[in-house]
Design a protein around this ligand. Structure first.
Ligand code: ATP
Ligand code: MG
Ligand code: MG
Ligand code: MG
Length: 564
């Protein structure tokens, strides 16, 4: 490719709307242009990077036995109504109607579509396990689309779904994906960490986030200073530990959780991946002034879930709840769900987590009738749970915990029978018994990974692409395009490099050398070859490595070998 022909509209100024470095640099270096808030056109350089990341992802998915498919972006509302998500997904779901007035949405994720597909196509345990994935545009009407490609409303995601016959099979699939994700981000040349993620429910299903370390990241990671231990957790999920002896009990307002885009308790629950379902153990209730959700500690069994009252509140019947009777058999007390963890909606997009408040009562259901956090959740009753902080001992090995910021580029998640059950997707086991598929879902943000790579690899001159995902590997720059020897040598080098399979760009523009160097640094080509008269007099050209910042004079006939 010749720079004179390349659609790479660079900007001198830092665009005012861009807050983070990847957004600024991808705009300035001519990789992306905005079409609407959170919606971007990917210009040639960006598209090359995306295709490289996709190819790495594809190879690692295929290596684990993944099969690539392509599901529709437009999804019928019926499926979402069947799963119950049409009503709870909230305003992040792009909804639309066809000409007949039928409801559809643009896929933010594909659990419904794929579970319905498998429900119809797979009926025997012999056909399992199954790993299916796609690479596709996803749509989420984020309340605050920002940071360019980091949080778009249209973005590219790889999403894989695993179907297994049992929990042991799910573990195998999950571990395969854990390995695949580790390979993907290593191959992309990124510094990242898999962190234990908050999968919503207390004591809920397994999940890891893969976070690229960068100061601009929105995820706060606590990780062990002992590399061999390897413990790392999203701060929200950091293990709860009891306070040390003599230490003051933490206050009620232990932690604020950001829940961007959430205005109703349904949205908050969805955001926190809470649903009033058996495994999730969530109680929702509403008082006059506020909406409150309470989660029952994860070690307790839930027997049954009932709609509790007209406000749509949900009541969970605990396995260990019992009515306390005296010797005559009369009811004197009721042991209800003590040990509630409360979430209180304090602002439009903010909830407060109250730890171990107790909303007990001595009468059946009384504790759920009108629970009031100030009356029923006594602050002084808060005890024995708090979140680990940096500097404290690692819950795994006892070494000190360190803190870092990260960008969530991927997440893997054990869904178990969450979708297969509600959508009635079952297979027959060896004994001819119908069982729901045991599922997992696994996402990688492809466009977000590109932006995260820039967040992690740049300097004050521009982007420094890891070679593996660079749009081109080498740029050849003649210092003067009036000097025929330079021009011809550059042209010959360019041809030789391309012939050797090296992705090369020739800066054939009539601009000053300074302009060309500036653009090359801004775009972030890993290697630059500069052709100048001085070097040519000795049969040499200058070889510059952008990431090492090193310059060397290399004989012309060695250049292809040097780049390789
Ligand atoms: P976040 O917490 O940043 O909102 P998420 O947890 O909602 O992300 P997932 O549902 O786990 O995202 O989707 C899988 C992956 O898709 C994420 O790990 C991320 O890399 C990517 N992704 C999610 N939302 C966006 C977005 N708005 N723009 C770009 N990529 C995104
Ligand atoms: Mg999100
Ligand atoms: Mg997330
Ligand atoms: Mg996620």
């Amino acid at each position: 490719m010749r720079v004179s022909q390349l659609l790479m509209p660079t900007l001198r100024e830092v665009p005012a709307e861009a807050e983070v470095i990847s957004h600024q640099l991808l705009l300035r270096a001519g990789f992306i242009r905005k079409a609407a808030a959170g919606v971007y056109t990917l210009l040639p350089l960006a598209w090359r990077v995306v295709r490289k990341i996709e190819q790495i992802v594809r190879e690692e998915m295929d290596r684990q036995g993944g099969q690539e498919i392509m599901m529709p972006i437009i999804q019928p509302a019926e499926l979402w109504q069947e799963s119950g998500r049409w009503d709870v997904y909230g305003p992040e779901l792009f909804r639309l109607k066809d000409r007949h007035g039928r409801d559809f949405c643009l896929g933010p994720t594909h659990e419904e579509i794929i579970t319905a597909l498998i429900r119809g196509e797979i009926n025997s345990y012999k056909q399992l396990p199954l790993l299916l994935y796609q690479m596709q545009n996803k749509y989420r009407d984020e309340r605050r689309p920002r940071f360019g490609l980091l949080r778009g409303r249209e973005f590219i995601m790889k999403d894989l779904y695993s179907f297994d016959r049992d929990e042991a099979g799910l573990d195998v699939s999950y571990n395969k994906m854990y390995e695949a994700y580790t390979n993907v981000f290593n191959r992309c040349g990124l510094n990242f960490r898999p962190v234990v993620a908050d999968s919503g429910a207390i004591g809920g299903s397994g999940s890891h986030e893969f976070a690229v370390l960068a100061d601009s990241g929105e995820v706060n990671i606590l990780y062990c200073s002992d590399e061999e231990c390897g413990y790392a957790a999203n701060e929200e999920r950091a293990e709860a530990v009891p306070p040390a002896a003599g230490e003051k009990e933490p206050l009620l307002e232990l932690k604020k959780i950001q829940t961007p885009g959430c205005r109703t308790i349904e949205e908050i629950c969805l955001y926190l991946k809470l649903t009033p379902q058996k495994m999730i153990k969530t109680i929702l209730y509403q008082t006059e002034k506020e909406t409150v959700a309470a989660m029952v500690r994860g070690d307790r069994e839930v027997n049954e879930i009932k709609l509790y009252n007209a406000l749509g509140c949900v009541r969970l019947e605990m396995a260990d709840e019992k009515i306390v009777r005296d010797a005559t058999g009369a009811q004197t007390g009721y042991m209800g769900p003590v040990g509630l963890n409360g979430i209180k909606l304090v602002a439009d997009n903010e909830v407060m987590l109250m730890v171990n408040g107790i909303a007990g009562a001595n009468e059946d259901d009384h504790h759920l009738a009108n629970v009031n956090p100030d009356r029923d959740f006594k602050p002084h009753m808060v005890k024995d749970i708090r979140l680990v902080k940096a500097g404290e001992p690692c819950p795994n090995c006892g070494e000190a915990l360190l803190e870092a910021r990260g960008i969530e580029v991927g997440q893997i998640f054990k869904l178990r029978d969450k979708y297969s059950k509600v959508l009635g997707a079952t297979f027959l086991d060896e004994n001819g018994k119908a069982k729901p598929f045991v599922m997992g879902c696994y996402g990688i943000g492809v466009t977000r990974t590109m932006a995260a790579a820039v967040e992690q690899n740049h300097d004050d001159k521009g982007i420094i692409w890891p070679v593996q995902i660079a749009p081109y590997h080498v740029i050849v720059v003649p210092i003067s395009n009036k000097d025929q020897e330079q021009v011809q040598t550059a042209e010959k080098l360019y041809q030789d490099l391309v012939a050797a399979g090296i992705e090369t760009v020739l800066d054939d523009r009539p601009d000053r050398a300074g302009v060309k160097f500036k653009d090359a640094d801004l775009v972030g080509y890993p290697f630059r070859i500069t052709v100048g008269s001085k070097g040519l007099a000795e049969g040499k050209v200058e070889f510059y490595s952008r990431c090492k910042g090193e310059v060397a004079m290399v004989p012309l006939n060695n250049i292809v070998e040097t780049v390789r």
